[in-house]
Design a protein around this ligand. Structure first.
Ligand code: FAD
Ligand code: NDP
Length: 513
């Protein structure tokens, strides 16, 4: 049953009450809604729209707590506002800059000094994102999902307290509740000045002015992608890596990605960790860091420090313990079963807040849709989280599906796997510059040589990897690859032409067609 906070009176609360009445009229029965989703990001929107299309009475709550720097955005969650979309567009801005420079070699008459205007790019990207926010609102309306721009937490297993930006409260009840509140960037709170002077991926895409000379701390997806596009648009960019780059990815490929970035102009401070940030009277940030090998301290000044040290799940304010929803204390993530159910049977969790799930938009979307179908009794299909393909959108893009060579060795033993690879020049760039890249296919050594992992670096790696991941889902073997005829001249064809094994020690450089 819906309840209304009586704390504030007056005309505004009367309007609010009318809204509430209309919300209640919209629904009938034991609960206000069949389903309430907390979090209108990739997973939450997909789940709520699917459930509504299947006839459920659905509400979705989405509320963005501004970043420490005060950055705010609209409906759609991380991917749309401060993730995949603005990132891919800024990556594209950087690729275009490289293409313009290359174009000289192909006869285009381009002035020697090329410059990039941050404000123009940022405004275009931000306008696009705002159009997506609007599109999401319209879709919810069209599909008859009640959108509440409110922050939600659990009162009991069927009741949610919702609070809007002005502090007005209401409660809504639902038969089923889906938690899809995602995550937010972490700050290294032990580093003095980190929170005061640093920014995160929640801010960088919404800056009106260029971040100029930037230190990016961290060495995974977010750090390398941001450092890649910042370098690509001409900014002096340094990545500070405390251990290795792209942990969990094939380390040969990771090395290629960072080598390429170094050649592209990104600076790397390897095995270093920041100690403090101070703001000088000029407004410049002075960063002190330590080299973990030599224990020596170093200093330099930057205009911006971008923390890309991982993300914390948004579970703290949901009141989970009160209702009995179990979390993993270490990760803060919600423990879920294969059907996305939490320890409370009518409460489910999808996307980045769910323990052990890939933190990727397509998995959140698919999990949300399948969950909606199961809740309605339309299907029993579970989400298959195995072998999800991914791509890191660094200057040299890296796409992969399945196991890394290191992981395949760990699981199957070095003697049981065969690693096939190829080193090739990317044909479309050969006139402007010649830089070799690499692909790796890891397969079982015996039988039909089932493919365990595919790793591709090169242009449009996401497009290439997406296609091959279909084969992977269908039980791809090395024999299938060998029996496929290539499309020439492409980079993707190298994947089906592979014939050199790492074990043979032969040179895998492709020298011609
Ligand atoms: P989110 O999309 O984070 O949505 C959660 C929503 O819930 C947010 O709007 C939040 O404000 C809201 N919320 C939180 N608490 C409450 C509450 N109590 N009440 C109401 N609302 C609340 N993935 C890819 O697949 N490809 C990429 O290229 C890619 N690039 C990325 C780049 C960056 C910089 C980042 C940070 C992430 C990227 N990701 C990418 C990951 C992807 O964005 C996430 O995996 C995805 O958005 C997770 O979806 P979700 O539904 O779990 O949560
Ligand atoms: P990750 O958790 O993947 O990586 C965190 C990085 O920060 C690691 O390199 C880690 O180093 C480093 N780090 C952690 N703490 C510190 C510290 N105190 N000082 C210095 N370095 C530190 O986080 P991301 O934010 O990069 O990515 C989060 C998720 O978002 C990814 O897992 C991915 O699923 C998703 N994403 C997907 C993208 C895509 O699909 N293209 C793009 C961007 C994000 P160490 O290895 O030493 O722990």
């Amino acid at each position: 049953m819906a309840a209304f906070s009586r704390g504030r009176q007056g005309i505004k609360s009367l309007c609010w009450f009318r809204t509430l009445i209309s919300t209640r009229n919209f629904s009938a029965g034991k609960f206000d809604y069949d389903l309430v989703v907390i979090g209108g990001g990739s997973g939450g929107l997909a789940c709520s729209k699917e459930a509504a299309q299947l006839g459920q009475r659905v509400a979705v709550l989405d509320y963005v707590e501004p970043s420490l720097k005060g950055t705010k955005w609209g409906l759609g969650g991380t991917c749309v506002n401060v993730g995949c979309i603005p990132k891919k567009l800024m990556h594209q801005a950087a690729l275009l800059g490289t293409a313009v420079k290359d174009a000289r070699k192909y006869g285009w008459q381009i002035p020697e000094s090329l410059s990039h205007d941050w404000s123009t790019m940022a405004e275009a990207v931000q306008n696009h994102v705002k159009s997506l926010n609007w599109g999401h609102r319209v879709q919810l309306q069209d599909k008859k999902v009640k959108y509440l721009n409110m922050k939600g937490n659990l009162v009991d297993k069927h009741t949610i307290r919702a609070v809007n930006a002005k502090g007005k409260e209401m409660t809504v009840t639902a038969k089923n509740i889906v938690l899809a509140t995602g995550g937010r960037p972490k700050y290294p709170t032990h580093v003095p000045g980190a929170m005061e002077f640093g920014i995160t991926s929640d801010d960088v895409f919404w800056l009106k002015e260029s971040p100029k000379k930037t230190l990016v701390v961290g060495a995974s997806y977010v750090a390398l992608e941001c450092a890649g596009f910042l370098t690509g648009i001409g900014l002096d960019t340094t990545v500070m890596v405390r251990s290795i780059a792209l942990r969990g990815f094939d380390q040969q490929m990771s090395g290629l990605v960072t080598d390429y970035m170094e050649a592209y102009g990104t600076k790397f401070s390897w095995k270093c960790t920041p100690k403090s940030i101070e703001k000088l009277p000029s407004g410049i940030l002075r960063v002190t860091w330590m080299n973990l090998n030599t224990k020596e301290e170093h200093q330099d000044t930057f205009n911006s420090v971008l923390w890309a040290v991982g993300r914390a799940s948004e579970t703290k304010t949901l009141n989970l313990d009160k209702v009995g929803v179990e979390i993993n204390i270490e990760t803060g993530k919600i423990i879920v079963a294969a059907d996305e159910a939490t320890s409370v049977p009518n409460i489910f969790a999808i996307g980045d807040i769910a323990e052990g799930r890939p933190e990727l938009t397509p998995t959140a979307i698919k999990a949300g849709k399948l969950l909606a179908r199961r809740l309605v009794g339309h299907s029993t299909e579970l989400m298959n989280y195995d072998n999800v393909a991914t791509t890191v959108f660094t200057p040299l893009e890296y796409g992969c599906v399945g196991l890394s060579e290191e992981e395949a060795e760990r699981r199957h033993g070095k003697d049981q796997i065969e690693v096939k690879y190829s080193i090739f020049a990317m044909v479309q760039f050969t006139v402007a510059w010649k830089r070799a890249t690499r692909i790796i296919v890891v397969c079982l050594r015996e039988g039909d040589q089932r493919v365990l992992g595919m790793h591709f670096t090169g242009p449009s790696a996401g497009e290439v990897t997406q296609g091959f991941s279909l084969g992977f889902q269908c039980g791809l073997t090395y024999e299938h690859l060998r029996n496929t005829v290539g499309i020439h001249p492409t980079c993707a064809e190298e994947l089906i032409k592979l014939n050199i094994t790492k074990r043979s020690g032969l040179d895998a450089t492709v020298t011609g067609c």
